[in-house]
Each structure stands twice: as structure tokens, then as C-alpha cells.
Ligand binder design. Structure first.
Ligand SMILES: Cc1cc2nc3c(=O)[nH]c(=O)nc-3n(C[C@H](O)[C@H](O)[C@H](O)COP(=O)(O)OP(=O)(O)OC[C@H]3O[C@@H](n4cnc5c(N)ncnc54)[C@H](O)[C@@H]3O)c2cc1C
Length: 299
């Protein structure tokens, strides 16, 4: 049980028994015991201190665009790093940004500064912090290519800045997945470019997304990682699973790599469908599909 009174004395920005379906792009998820919309690093430190002191579990989230939160919800405190921590500063070809900024908003600022290299991320619907955690990427680019360093809180509470080589960034992988880290900000290095060319590349990537992806239905993006030598969507499509549904969860009939919430889906519906897809693809093609979506909360 959370000491609500004490947590409320640590931060004014706490909501209790908050429905997580309001905070995930899947529009799925039970209640979190406490949900804190943090505004700065000091507030994060205070909330983490409260959690360690009172033996309360906590987790960090950004825009909730790569999460499946369980129907039972999340025990403990969710620390939401969003618009309250979205400052950005551009000096020459260097970009300093806080973890809560949306990558789409950051892309606009970078465009205004005539810098190139971030176009691939303009249509990824997450925060920069969530993007770094996942090493988000698209259309041949990934954050790893442009990050110089990241500042974060370590599991022992110390604030550290590490250069990109020390972050173990790989395909949808980072050191931060070991758990207990809170990404605060990062420094990126880009190149001077031409405004019209940058803008048209972003528009081209966004048009490709609209054409291929089920953007009008709630989802968490690609459900599975790309298995080596294959494309998850193609395997799922070739297995005849396009449009297949369990409860309110459905394999998109526009892009088989996406599981969508066609209305009223529970996390269990999605999990059952994920299992069904994995089993069918394994039986037909002998390939293991690993979820890219992070499974969060009380199972
Ligand atoms: C329609 C759609 C299209 C998508 N397209 C792409 C794509 O092209 N490429 C791609 O890579 N992804 C894509 N995604 C997935 C998703 O947008 C990315 O993974 C994104 O980087 C997640 O950011 P987020 O802020 O939403 O993270 P969240 O979903 O909130 O969190 C994801 C994970 O990161 C952790 N985390 C978040 N912020 C922090 C922080 N500050 N410190 C420590 N840990 C943190 C969370 O604990 C969680 O484990 C897509 C999703 C959707 C819905």
C-alpha cells in the first residue's frame, strides 16, 4: 500500500488510481496506484527517494507508445516523463533535449534550425527518453547514429552522463533495459542541411507511414521485433493471420506487423493474440517472434 499522504507531500503532480488506458497509445491498461507527471529532475529524484524509502515499486514511462499495460494495472508509482520535461536547446549542429519531448515536436525544432539527420524519427510517436530506451529507428536511421551522450539517474541514485559507445545501443536494445535507470536528457550531433530537403524527407516518411500503417486504430506500433533474415509482418501475413482477432485485439488488415485495438480490447486479448501469432508462425516457418512491445504491470 502506498503512503498517499507522504507521496502527496513530495509532489503536487500525483494522481491516484489512474487509468493507464488514458496514457497508452493502445488505449489499454488497468489502474496505476499512483501516476506522477514530473516537471524536472529534482522532482524525479524526490519521488524515487520516496519509493526506495518506503519500499514502493516504481517505473518510468514516456508517451506509452510501446507498452502493453496489464488489465490488473500497475502496483506502485508510475513516473511519467512527458511535456513537463520537454525543453530543448540548439547550438550550431548540437541539440540538447530533455527526455519528455515528443520526437515529432523535436523534429520540428530541428527542421527550423536547418539540421539534418533526425528526419527518420519525426513520425515515431514517442518521447525522446522512450526512444533512447528502445533505440528507436525507422527508414534506415536509429537514435544510436546521432546521439553523442545521455544523462540519466542510475539505479544507485547517482546522476551520470555517458557517451553513446557506453550505452549498449543496438536493434531495439539499450543498456537501460537492465532496469532501474531514468533517462533525463541527451545531446545529439546533427549536420547542417537544407530546409526544403529536410521538410520534404519528413513529409515523405510520414506519407509512407500513413499509406502502410493502421494509424487510425490504437496500437503500440510493430508488435514484434524483426527476426534475423525475415520481416515479422510478412511472416504473419503469409501465415494467413491478417485480420485474425481475439476479443477486441486484431492483426491489422492493413499491416500484419501491427496488432490493433479494434475497440474494447483487453491486455489479455492482446497477449492471447500474440501467443497465437507466435505459435502459428513457429509451426509454419520455424521462426520465433519476440515482442517489441514492452509488457508492463501486474500479470
Ligand atoms: C503507430 C506507431 C508507430 C511506431 N513506429 C515506430 C517506428 O517507426 N520505430 C520505432 O522504433 N518505434 C515505433 N513505434 C514504437 C514507439 O513509438 C517507440 O518505441 C518509442 O520510442 C517509445 O517511446 P515512448 O515515449 O512512447 O515510450 P513508452 O512506451 O512510454 O516506454 C517504452 C519503454 O521505455 C521506458 N522509458 C520511457 N521513457 C523512459 C525514460 N525517460 N527513462 C527510462 N526509461 C524510459 C519505459 O519504461 C518502457 O519500458 C511506433 C508506435 C506506434 C504506436
Amino acid at each position: 500500500m502506498i503512503d498517499r499522504e507522504r507521496l502527496s507531500s513530495v509532489t503536487d503532480n500525483v494522481l491516484f488510481d489512474e487509468e493507464m488506458s488514458k496514457h497508452t497509445t493502445f488505449r489499454i491498461g488497468g489502474k496505476a496506484d499512483a501516476f506522477v507527471n514530473v516537471e524536472n529532475a529534482l522532482e524525479i529524484e524526490k519521488v524515487i527517494h520516496f519509493c526506495t524509502d518506503t519500499d514502493t515499486p516504481y517505473m518510468i514511462m514516456g508517451n506509452g507508445s510501446n507498452m502493453l499495460v496489464s488489465d490488473k494495472g500497475i502496483r506502485g508509482v508510475v513516473i511519467h516523463i512527458g511535456s513537463g520535461m520537454s525543453k530543448c536547446r540548439i547550438e550550431g549542429d548540437e541539440v540538447y533535449a530533455e527526455a519528455g519531448i515528443l520526437m515529432s515536436a523535436l523534429a520540428k525544432k530541428i527542421l527550423e534550425a536547418n539540421l539534418t539527420g533526425f528526419e527518420f524519427a519525426a513520425g515515431i510517436p514517442g518521447t525522446l527518453g522512450g526512444g533512447i530506451y528502445m533505440n528507436a529507428g525507422a527508414y534506415g536511421g536509429e537514435l544510436k547514429d546521432i546521439i553523442e551522450s545521455v544523462t540519466f539517474i542510475c539505479p544507485d541514485g547517482l546522476i551520470k552522463t555517458e557517451t553513446v559507445d557506453n550505452l549498449d545501443l543496438g536493434y531495439r536494445h539499450s543498456m537501460f533495459m537492465q532496469g532501474g535507470y531514468t533517462i533525463l536528457s541527451c545531446k545529439m550531433k546533427l549536420k547542417k542541411g537544407n530546409y526544403d530537403e529536410i521538410k520534404s524527407l519528413m513529409a515523405d516518411f510520414n506519407a509512407r507511414r500513413s499509406e502502410k500503417q493502421p494509424l487510425s486504430q490504437p496500437s503500440a506500433g510493430s508488435t514484434f521485433k524483426r527476426p534475423e533474415g525475415y520481416f515479422a509482418g510478412k511472416l504473419i501475413q503469409d501465415a494467413g493471420l491478417m485480420g485474425c482477432s481475439i476479443g477486441g485485439a486484431m492483426v491489422s488488415d492493413k499491416h500484419a506487423g501491427f496488432v490493433v485495438n479494434k475497440g474494447g480490447a483487453t491486455a489479455n486479448d492482446v497477449l492471447d493474440l500474440i501467443e497465437h501469432i507466435q505459435k502459428t508462425v513457429k509451426e509454419k516457418f520455424g521462426v520465433d517472434l519476440e515482442p517489441e512491445v514492452r509488457l508492463i504491470g501486474e500479470q
